[in-house]
Design a protein around this ligand. Structure first.
Ligand SMILES: NC(=O)c1ccc[n+]([C@@H]2O[C@H](COP(=O)([O-])OP(=O)(O)OC[C@H]3O[C@@H](n4cnc5c(N)ncnc54)[C@H](OP(=O)(O)O)[C@@H]3O)[C@@H](O)[C@H]2O)c1
Length: 331
């Protein structure tokens, strides 16, 4: 079976370039006992992938010449693993490639009866909807009447996080780059207000959108946005560090928040989390999300780029802000 894979060509210096990745063709060897041959249907384009291009990465460092790490859904073409048969839909660590030969034990068989398989990368995705659900519910502990601000709000995690907070009874303000994203947040995602950080005067826009201050800041960006938000937190506010996409392409040290003294002054807390902390609650999270999706209370628009050759460009879009909702590649 022929496979086309995207491999790391060179370690990026600062901003990611498409030329940091390159396409390689190969022929996959025959299956061994316990293995499954897969045709990849959708790949999840996630911010964490960029972090694996650096030495000492939290999620593991990508080797030069190896397929780039990516979660995906696939169809079983051939199986030498009990429990998976030709035609089954599965989720797993596919890697950025058209086909994969993986141990069946690494794969999760998907139930496509309620939602399509690609939903397990988006609204039901571990690094997307499930992250937003767990972070907003159990880390931010959002409750009725809270004023919640979400950064990178028009992205995958952010779009879900805004809606989870709304469903928990909060007033929600999204921050994103550009007028089209502001429109998307208010008119599609249901935010009560949205801020265009690229238009400047974040401080003034925030004062206008949240005149009574902020109870929860769900941060995906870090840097200047986190610093500005800290100036607006209320007594007992929760600042939740979900990610820091502004820092993933840095050339020097990570920039920490200089306004962190607002935390003790406001008796506030700053908490980080990874979705893996909630492994025991995964079934509960998936069933909660499915109920909301089926009752129309949660949606995640998808932007699908077609062709494995589009994967390098798609990954750069995460940092240039060129997508809304969940970004997928259909190889
Ligand atoms: N804690 C966890 O377990 C966990 C799990 C998954 C993901 N995450 C985190 O969740 C965050 C979102 O990830 P995602 O995969 O859903 O990506 P995403 O939000 O779909 O894409 C990233 C977005 O970040 C914004 N952005 C990029 N550079 C920026 C900058 N310098 N300043 C401000 N905004 C910037 C862009 O939108 P604009 O056009 O608005 O700039 C872009 O759309 C990341 O920080 C990721 O690390 C955490």
């Amino acid at each position: 079976m022929k496979n086309t894979k995207v491999v790391l060509n060179q370690r990026p210096e600062g901003a990611l370039k498409e030329s940091d990745m390159v396409l390689v063709e190969e022929t996959l060897p025959a299956l061994e006992d316990g293995e499954v041959l897969l045709e990849v249907e959708h790949l999840s384009v996630d911010a964490f992938i960029r972090t694996t291009f650096d030495e000492g990465a939290f999620h593991g460092t990508a080797d030069l010449g190896q397929p780039i790490m990516a979660l995906g859904t696939a169809r079983v073409v051939d199986s030498r693993f009990d429990g998976l048969n030709q035609g089954d839909a599965v989720f797993g660590p596919m890697g950025a490639q058209t086909h994969a030969k993986l141990p069946g034990a690494m794969l999760q068989k998907l139930d496509e009866s309620e939602l399509p398989a690609r939903s397990f990368l988006g609204v039901l995705g571990l690094a997307t909807g499930m992250t937003a659900y767990a972070g907003m519910t159990w880390v931010a502990e959002v409750s009725e009447g809270d004023t919640v601000v979400v950064s990178a709000a028009a992205g995958a995690v952010g779009s879900c996080a805004c809606q989870v907070a709304k469903n928990l009874g909060a007033r929600v303000i999204g921050i994103a780059g550009g007028p089209a994203k502001v429109d998307y947040l208010v008119n599609e995602i249901g935010c009560d207000a949205a801020i265009d950080y690229k238009a400047g005067d974040l401080e003034g826009q925030l004062s206008a959108a949240a005149p009574d201050g902020v109870d929860v800041f769900f941060d995906n960006v870090g840097g200047e946005i986190l610093d500005t938000l800290l100036l607006h937190i209320n007594e007992r506010a929760r600042v939740v560090i979900c990610g820091a996409v502004s820092q993933y392409e840095r050339t020097g040290d990570v920039r920490g928040p200089s306004n962190y003294l607002k935390i003790p002054e406001k008796n506030a807390s700053m908490l980080g989390f990874t979705v893996m902390r909630f492994a025991e609650q995964y079934p509960e999270i998936q069933s909660g999300i499915t109920d909301w999706v089926l009752s129309g209370k949660l949606k995640l628009p998808e932007q699908v780029e077609n062709g494995i050759d589009q994967f390098p460009r798609a990954l750069t879009l995460l940092f240039s802000g060129g997508h809304m909702g969940k970004l997928l590649v259909a190889p």
